[in-house]
Design a protein around this ligand. Structure first.
Ligand SMILES: *Cc1c(COP(=O)(O)O)cnc(C)c1O
Length: 441
């Protein structure tokens, strides 16, 4: 197959074809990496992670007031080395659990740059996060505002918070990741008056400093104007609160959600351009309301790490059932990547050691679990010569793969190897059988 036709199947720029006919990722031979570290294996392109951070940082610098900050949403992929990189890139972070707080802290991350999320923070969570020095709590509901007040009062501090609101926007993505509608388990709705009520409640507390508001409308969003619409609704609400309550919010967090390219059918988003147009719309809304432009925060997860990730597997068998489908079985599956099983997510899957061969076979790429739903992807084009021992690469797996991984069927979770310009290093070790039983008594 001509090289340009092969490359036309690549969803991201960090994939190339080596002179030896192997798939290269971040400048490294994936077949060699599979040999060196074993499979299944998560790879992360460190330069790509840093570049994605810098895209946000640069756009924020140009578009938004001093103190504005992009926050990496660690739920997309949390481990110590990624928090080290976020610290080096001067990013903030968004954390959703004490486990994430512990991980970030263990990596030496400055927790005053962390926003703490979640629609049900327990009293123990709130206490732990305060003791860890988490900068800002994103309070989801009235009970939580009161619980934060109680813990802050006990410590004699004023805890900074923002309130999570639902602006009433439907992103038309998967229901599971569509979070900005009025009917949502997250946040207080502007439309029902609950956003105003929770603002009054927060302002009435003596150990809470209300900075402003948060909204997160969804994930894997490409739709043109949802962020613009959300920004306008939020600014108008903030102007309304200033008029009604004399409260001028200083901060607005617009959440995460920009989409990434899993296949070449997905558009390429220019994040810098997107941020510039949201900023223009937001500033116009501020001007109309004569409202001072607040500090802006965003929480990209997927768009920081997804295209920096790639998973390698080894093929065990090709099963061709006459008159039916063909199956390529690999040595991982839904425990390391549950996204197809969860949402039917699409992926680009490539035979790394046969990348130059024509693909004249269509097969389901399936895992090794005792479960028919253990599918990575349907209708994958493969060379008909695909056979036991071949290496399969699944692209764009840097977000919500390791983060969602389980030990289903008692499969040890894969290692994560970071690729740099000069070499590679293990960032998360491969689990051992000993790890699997170490909590068993
Ligand atoms: C999931 C989530 C994010 C990150 O979303 P991405 O689509 O990964 O960018 C940010 N903020 C909140 C509140 C979230 O729930």
């Amino acid at each position: 197959m001509p090289e340009k036709d092969i490359a036309a199947r690549f969803p991201c720029e960090n994939l190339t074809i080596g002179a030896n006919g192997h798939l290269f990722f971040a400048g490294h031979d994936t077949v060699d990496l599979a040999k060196e570290y074993g499979t299944p294996l998560y790879l992360m392109d460190e330069a790509r992670v840093r570049r994605n951070c810098r895209t946000y940082k640069a756009a924020f610098k140009v578009c938004y007031p001093e103190g504005s900050l992009p926050l990496y949403a660690g739920k997309a992929n949390a481990f110590k080395q990624i928090y080290r990189i976020m610290g080096e890139e001067d990013m903030g972070i968004d954390v959703v659990s004490c486990g994430e707080i512990y991980t970030a802290k263990s990596a030496g991350f400055n927790m005053s740059r962390a926003f703490f999320h979640g629609n049900n923070k327990t009293d123990a969570d709130i206490a732990y996060a305060m003791d860890a020095g988490v900068g800002v709590f994103v309070a989801d509901n009235a009970e939580e505002v009161l619980a934060i007040e109680a813990e802050a009062a006990e410590r004699g501090i004023a805890q900074r918070i923002v309130l999570r609101l639902t602006p009433g926007i439907d992103t038309h993505t998967y229901a599971a990741v569509n979070t900005g509608k009025v009917d949502s388990k997250f946040g207080a709705a502007i439309a029902t008056g609950q956003a105003e009520a929770i603002t009054r409640l927060a302002l009435a507390q003596s150990h809470i400093e209300l900075l402003g508001y948060h909204c997160h409308i969804g994930s894997q969003v490409f739709t043109e104007d949802v962020f613009e619409r959300a920004a306008v609704i939020m600014i108008e609400f903030m102007a309304d609160m200033r008029q009604k309550l004399g409260f001028t919010a200083k901060a607005l967090n617009l959440g995460g959600g920009y989409g990434v390219r899993y296949t070449t059918d997905d558009p390429v988003l220019d994040i810098g351009e997107k941020i510039a147009s949201v900023s223009a719309t937001l500033k116009a809304a501020c001007e109309r309301a004569a409202f001072p432009v607040p500090q802006i925060f965003m929480e990209p997860g997927r768009s920081i790490v997804a295209d920096a990730g790639l998973t390698l597997y080894t093929v065990g068998a090709l099963k061709q059932i006459p008159g039916y489908k063909s199956y390529v079985s690999i040595d991982g599956g839904m425990p390391d990547n549950p996204r197809f099983a969860l949402y039917g997510s699409r992926y680009t899957c490539l035979c790394a050691n046969r990348i130059t061969e024509d693909c004249d076979l269509t097969a389901s790429l399936v895992g090794r679990c005792c479960e028919s739903g253990d599918i990575i992807q349907e209708n994958v084009p493969f060379p008909a010569s695909v056979t036991r021992g071949d290496i399969v690469a699944v692209c764009t797996t840097g977000a919500y793969n390791y983060a969602m991984a389980s030990n289903y069927n008692r499969l040890p979770r894969p290692a994560t190897v970071m690729l740099t310009e000069t070499g590679s290093y293990v960032a998360v070790k491969r689990e051992t059988f000993e790890d699997l039983v170490h909590l068993d008594v």
